[in-house]
Design a protein. Structure first.
Length: 138
């Protein structure tokens, strides 16, 4: 069995964003040489997320609106976490959207369902953060 890992780095200039990272993850898979196995992709920061869904701008807008209703950024005083930072809402948004995804690797490709893509969700941007891609298999 082989193992491969790589860290992808992102610095989003806005507070929140959804970025399709499927091409970068597919590049990792190609570089690994693994044809059959499992791929783990997870956000290595507590205010960011990795998830799978459709790459459709209306859906991304709906996510942003829904998450802001669920855990509004302001007023920041509503959160006990906010001491010197104003990112308590980002922690909650990450909890809802998830930390990681696992995708089967079949014949050297990500074994997705129809329309599925991998996304990096940023909820407290404007600084450098990383995503781990770990692949095991043969």
């Amino acid at each position: 069995m082989k193992s491969f890992h790589k860290e992808l780095w992102f610095e989003v200039p806005t507070r929140r964003a959804f970025i399709n990272i499927t091409p970068q993850v597919e590049k990792c898979l190609a570089d690994s040489g693994i044809k059959e196995g499992l791929l783990l992709c997870n956000a290595m920061h507590i205010t960011a997320s990795v998830f799978i869904n459709d790459d459709e701008s209306g859906l991304h807008h709906d996510y942003d609106v829904w998450l802001e209703k669920l855990a509004p950024h302001e007023p920041v005083a509503q959160y006990r976490h906010n001491g010197y930072e104003d990112n308590a809402d980002a922690h909650l948004k990450r909890q809802v959207m998830g930390r990681e995804v696992v995708v089967a690797v079949t014949e050297g490709k990500l074994h997705f369902g129809t329309w599925e893509q991998i996304f990096y969700g940023e909820f407290d941007g404007r600084r450098r953060k990383r995503v781990l891609v770990k692949i095991i298999g043969e």
